[in-house]
Design a protein around this ligand. Structure first.
Ligand code: COA
Ligand code: MG
Length: 297
């Protein structure tokens, strides 16, 4: 299943959990990490498990859980508490390298066995750039990483703290500074290299839907697919901008047609422009995305 919008929902908020279920987001990320105060950790675990158990039909909206990082003593109890609810996947924050993702995969295998779930059914989405070390270990994903890892996103807020920054954006333009653009690019290339989904970073200014749309288009141009949301109003914008437009689909179909009509040719002309294999591949990607989005409906 392809996921355009991933909406974070604080795991200890009855009201927000209810709102999430009515939201068009393709997936919810029920949060047990930063949006939950320490004193409410136990309550949040119970609420998230109960929400998962009460929402076992995931055909229109997947349910993922963000657990605490592996270098805390909260992550295993988080996992043990929610696995009875069979989440579609786990969002793993603050990774140092692919080793963390593989460790999570081992924990999931044990808990799937305990719960009688199919081995390997719980996927992983990692937040790949929240520690300083993470910027230097992307190669480890290409060496050996679990098949459970289906998505990578990045983050600029924890990374700023990890890098000792006073801010992560240019105060004049509002654009991310250099280290964050590098993090973004490394996340994108790594995800594509291992055939995982590169997911755009959260857009924190949740009242600015125009700004969100512009950033979605920029992410999509670069190769990201989908984006993290933190507010219900963001999901519609994300779904729309990551759904290929009627014009894009029509163009993709014409590209595919012109190659089919000219078998054996590696380069053809269309509307006065040269097309070759990368264009055909892009056109096929558009059609594949459209098909997966139709399956969602
Ligand atoms: N999921 C589900 N519902 C949400 C929501 C979310 N992420 N964010 C807001 N809502 C609900 C609110 O409860 C409110 O519903 P109500 O009127 O029935 O109470 C409605 O949507 C409108 O919310 P609004 O008043 O515009 O925002 P807010 O000031 O209540 O909340 C935030 C703003 C940022 C605190 C909130 O959006 C939020 O908690 N986001 C998620 C934060 C998070 O998980 N962060 C961790 C990942 S970075
Ligand atoms: Mg906390």
């Amino acid at each position: 299943m392809i996921i355009r919008s991933w909406l974070f929902v604080p795991g200890d908020s009855e009201r927000k959990l209810a709102k999430g279920g009515e939201n068009p987001a393709d997936a919810l990320i029920l949060d047990l990490e930063d949006s939950v105060a320490d004193a409410r950790q136990e309550i949040a675990r119970d609420m998230v498990r109960n929400y998962l158990l009460a929402h076992s039909d995931r055909s229109h909206q997947q349910l993922w859980v963000r657990v605490n990082p592996l270098d805390t003593d909260l992550s295993l109890p988080d996992l043990a508490a929610v696995m009875p609810g069979a989440p579609d996947g786990i969002v793993l924050p603050k990774v140092y390298s692919a080793d963390d993702v593989n460790t999570m995969a081992n924990y999931l295998s044990a808990l799937e066995a305990r719960e009688g779930l199919a081995l390997g059914s719980t996927k992983i989405h990692c937040v790949s750039t929240e520690t300083a070390a993470s910027l230097l270990t992307f190669h480890t994903y290409l060496e050996n990483v679990t098949d459970r890892l289906v998505a990578l996103t990045w983050g600029g807020e924890d990374l700023a703290a990890a890098l000792g920054a006073t801010d992560n954006r240019n105060p004049r333009t509002g654009d991310y500074d250099d280290p964050y653009l590098m993090a973004k690019s490394l996340c994108l290339a790594t995800a594509r290299a291992i055939d995982a989904q590169p997911v755009g970073v959260v857009f924190v200014d949740f009242r600015d839907l125009e700004g969100l749309e512009a950033e979605c288009l920029r992410d999509r141009r670069a190769g990201f697919f989908g984006k993290i949301a933190i507010h219900p109003a963001q999901a519609e914008v994300i779904n729309r901008t990551f759904t290929p437009s009627v014009e894009e689909v029509a163009h993709a179909q014409r590209v595919i047609d012109v190659f089919e009509q000219n078998p054996g040719l590696g380069t053809v002309g269309l509307d006065g422009k040269m097309l070759d294999m990368p264009h055909l591949k892009q056109a096929r990607n558009v059609m594949a995305v459209v098909q997966q989005i139709e399956e969602l409906a």
